[in-house]
Design a protein around this ligand. Structure first.
Ligand code: PMP
Length: 433
């Protein structure tokens, strides 16, 4: 089935391409509605969502309790700005802090805004508490990082595509190699105020650090008076089979960045968390956001946390994640050498495709045409990160289809009847154009 063949699909894709900026290259599926782990396109075709909007839809699409919480709040008040107090923000922040084990939380909207908040906090702390001259503060960041798309954040990306033409960039960021303590030590100076790092590098391709890295990093930061800031925008809130990925490493960071699933898949809600000794460098007027912590977002955020607790989504992620990874490893065994590696933690998996045989994009499009939504990152990685509510049956259905797609490609290659590997990517580009 060719997902791009019908008129309605074409019409919406063409309209987006004509009137929208061309900063994305979506998989050619026009989503019309969704419920829990299933999505239907504008032609009525059904898909299993194995992507969940990069973890934003960890609760499944339109969780009834989130819809109800939103509706209740919409009958009272939605946005006042932080010029006034409200009845939902305090309960949300208290619950969030108690779950994550921090004394204070600062609510924002998108992940990138929470990262910006972390950067500002780290620099202020570096100056006012550590005594680094203002303007000389340095933050260590990992090569291969992804922390968002603001001009400051892309300035310390190591991905040429994210940076090209967007300079000049903010100074004060120093790179180290993810997972390599020698490189962290070499990058540290007396002006280092923080290390900003993902516990697992998501956009880079679900890259796990070597065991022990975070414990050593924690020790290094403690010894040298450096804040360890953990960006769990994608990894947090159950995705890896623990509430927070840092728990796998047996450490506690000095500050935590959350987003995506915090909004329950219905609103952008993010937060920066730290203890008072760090957070209190912010004084009234020094930071803020019109929409950050609005009454509606806070009501949704609180309900999103309660659902994770009540439905044991963390435990489900651990159990279903093990099953997903075991099944994907089975596909890898059968699909070698087309599939090179399977890695992941919890319901967060990456399948590495050998670029000599296929692009990840080609397999992602074939999967979509067969009713499974996934997403490639870079040329070679297919990501699977379904809602944490997914059932074993749906995991099995999705992986069965993936196995068929892989084995079909495998047969094509063995027969020498392979289509040019970039054909489907070119097709998608021409649709987008
Ligand atoms: N940090 C991490 C680790 C992320 O994965 C992302 C988004 N993929 C962000 C920050 C940025 O979040 P947002 O797109 O909501 O700004």
């Amino acid at each position: 089935m060719d997902a791009t063949s019908s008129t309605a699909t074409h019409t919406f894709i063409d309209q987006e391409a004509r009137w929208g900026a061309r900063n994305y290259q979506p998989v050619p599926v026009v989503v019309d509605r969704a419920r829990d782990c299933l999505v239907w396109d504008v032609e009525g075709r059904e898909y299993i969502d194995m992507m969940s909007a990069y973890s934003a839809v960890s609760h499944g699409h339109l969780h009834p309790r989130l819809v109800a919480a939103m509706q209740r709040q919409l009958e009272r008040v939605a946005v006042t700005s932080r010029a006034y107090h409200g009845t939902t923000l305090g309960p949300f922040l208290e619950h969030l802090c108690r779950i994550a084990g921090f004394e204070r939380a600062l609510p924002m909207n998108t992940g990138a805004e929470a990262v910006e908040t972390a950067i500002k906090c780290a620099r202020r702390w570096g100056h006012f508490v550590k005594g680094i001259a203002d303007g000389r503060q340095e933050i260590l960041v990992a090569r291969g990082n992804f922390h968002g798309r603001t001009s400051t954040i892309v300035g310390f990306s190591s991905e040429p595509d994210y940076r090209a033409g967007f300079g000049p960039f903010a100074p004060g960021f120093v790179h180290f190699d993810f997972g390599d303590m020698a490189s962290v030590r070499a990058a540290t100076t007396a002006n280092t105020c923080a290390v900003l790092v993902e516990p697992i590098q998501g956009e880079a391709g679900v890259i796990l650090p070597p065991p022990g890295f975070f414990r050593q990093l924690r020790e290094w930061c403690t010894q040298n008076g450096i804040l360890l800031i953990d960006d769990e925008v994608q990894a947090g809130l159950g995705r890896t089979g623990r509430w927070f990925a840092f728990e796998h490493e047996g450490i506690r960071p000095d500050a935590l960045i959350l987003g995506k699933a915090l909004g329950g898949g219905v609103l952008p809600v993010s937060a920066f968390l730290a203890d008072a000794a760090v957070m209190d460098v912010f004084s009234p007027g020094s930071h803020g956001s019109t929409f950050g912590g609005n009454a509606l977002a806070a009501a949704v955020g609180l309900e999103a946390l309660r659902i994770i607790e009540d439905e044991d989504l963390v435990g489900r992620s651990a159990r279903m994640g093990e099953h997903l990874l075991a099944r994907l490893r089975g596909v890898m065994q059968a699909g070698r050498p087309l599939i090179r590696e399977v890695r992941g933690r919890g319901l967060w998996a990456a399948v590495d495709v050998d670029p000599a045989h296929a692009t990840a994009r080609e397999l992602v499009e074939r999967l979509a045409a067969r009713g499974v939504l996934s997403k490639e990152t870079h040329e070679t990685v297919i990501r699977f990160a379904p809602p944490l509510t997914i059932t074993r049956d749906l995991v099995d259905r999705a992986v069965d289809i993936f196995q068929e797609v892989v084995m079909r490609k495998h047969r094509e290659l063995a027969l020498g009847a392979e289509a040019p590997v970039t054909a489907s990517a070119r097709e998608a580009a021409s649709i987008a154009a």
